[in-house]
Structure formats: structure tokens, C-alpha cells
Design a protein around this ligand. Sequence first.
Ligand code: SAM
Length: 280
Amino acid sequence: MPGGDEIRDGQRATWAGLSAGWEKWDSVIMDQLGPVGTAMVERLGIADDQQHLDIAAGTGEPGLTVARLAPRGHVVLTDLAAEMLEIATRRANAQGITNVETRVCSADDLPFRDTTFDSISVRFGYMFFPDLARATTEFVRVLKPGGRLCSSVWVKPEENPWTTIAMQAIAAEVVLAPPDPDGPNMFRCAAPGYVSALYQAAGLRDVAEWDVGVELVTQSPAQYWEMISEHVSLAVAALQQAGEPARERIANAVIARVSTYEQDGQVRVPGLARCIVGTK
Ligand SMILES: C[S@@+](CC[C@H](N)C(=O)[O-])C[C@H]1O[C@@H](n2cnc3c(N)ncnc32)[C@H](O)[C@@H]1O
């Protein structure tokens, strides 16, 4: 099992490398993940003067949505990868959002005083942290009493064909090491109750979790493959081990498989996320 520094260095490099793909496919990714952000923000009960912290904010969501709902408030977007937060700043500027700032930091070591924030969001970040319990303790430390934490993670691979279609085709060509259950990976927090237990251990109350469906919509099977192979962490890492002929076979297999999801000129592939909320 790699140590915390090794995990952080690996994640920083991975997400710096993926950032161009996230910016290129911004509208497709944001449409796919939007329903999860909406569900999270609804449970946070945002006031117009909310002080909000978005952890692992990446290109800015759901923090930028909170900033729009809190014109007299303030949102801090944090992430380990400066390159992701640079995109968040460009997106904020493009949307005319001014009540946000960005801070590069790791979720398990936050540069904020105790009881600073009314609410915290962590959309699809938990599974990448080196020490999940320590990160949760940090979130609770910086929350005000009565403040809420809401995060989201992916439910098991079988419920997420939008990514497993590609991963199965890659696995047919490349020998993939089995994921370390205690190391960063997309499905590390998939077990029901996994994140709730972390919340409860850190002292949060009124903990609840619920599932939210998503749909990845692309204009063709070829566009689906182009997009997945440029921004999904698991796929990008695995493809680095494949030579050109294998990459071509993988692309053909993925395109054939995903064609079964074509309807009315679009490719719509489902997925399932879980949201978890708790109160300090
Ligand atoms: C899947 S992206 C999610 C981005 C955004 N929240 C969204 O839903 O669109 C995961 C993000 O977690 C960040 N990350 C990974 N390890 C982290 C850590 N230890 N602390 C903070 N952020 C981390 C990555 O840099 C990346 O931007």
C-alpha cells in the first residue's frame, strides 16, 4: 500500500494530466454530472450569504453553482491539482461569478480555521484521498456547528456502464492490476454505508444516503470513445499500457458495444452515483 505522500503525488500528476481532457469535454461532463450536483446542493440548503467550501472541486462544480445561489456569500474551491483549479477560474470568469476563490490543498490537510464554513461539498473526490477518515475529520473541524457536509461517490461498476464498457474492452487487451481496495480508485467508496460510516465516526449526525442516476450523452459512438479515453482516470492510465494495434482493437470493441445505446441520433449511457449528507 503506497504512503500518503506517494498517493498525493500520484493523484496530483494524474489530474494535471487529465485536466486538458476535462476542459475539452466540459459541457458533456457537466451535463452528465449535473443531476448529482443538483441533488447535493438541494440538501445543503444554501442561504444567500452562505460560506461554502468545495473540496476536490476540479473544474469548479458544484462550488460554482453554490456561488450563484449565494450572491452575498463566499465559496472556496479547493483541489490538489492547480491545473484543474485554473480551469475552474476560467469557468467562473466566463460565467461572471466573482464570489469565489481557489486554494490548492489536499483534502486531509486544510489551511482553514476551525468552524469557518456553513457547508461543504465533495463531488466525486472521496475515493482519491490518501486517508478518508482523516479527511472527514478535517471537514468536520472546519464546519460550523449545524453545518452540513454532502459528498457523492460512484456506485458499483455494474451500475455504471458509461465507464465499464470502456474498461472491459481495455481489460481484454491489457493486463490490469486488480485495484487496491485501500488505494485511490473510482469505485473505492461504492459499498452502501461506506461513506456514512466515515461521517458517523467523525461525529456527524442525521447521516443519510441516496442514489442519483446519471446519463452520459454523446453525439456518436466514436465521440463517446474519444471522450472517455481523454478524461476518465482509469481508462487513461490503462491505455498507456496498450500499443497502437491494441488501442485500435479496443476502440473498435468499445464503439461496437456502445452502439447498442444509440437512440434518436445520440448515445445515452447510464450510470449511478450515491450522495451522502450529514450535519455537524
Ligand atoms: C473526478 S474529479 C471531480 C471534480 C469535481 N468535483 C466534479 O465533480 O466535476 C476528482 C478531483 O479530485 C481531486 N483530488 C484527488 N486527490 C485529492 C486530494 N487528496 N485532495 C483534494 N483533491 C483531490 C483531483 O485533483 C480531481 O480534480
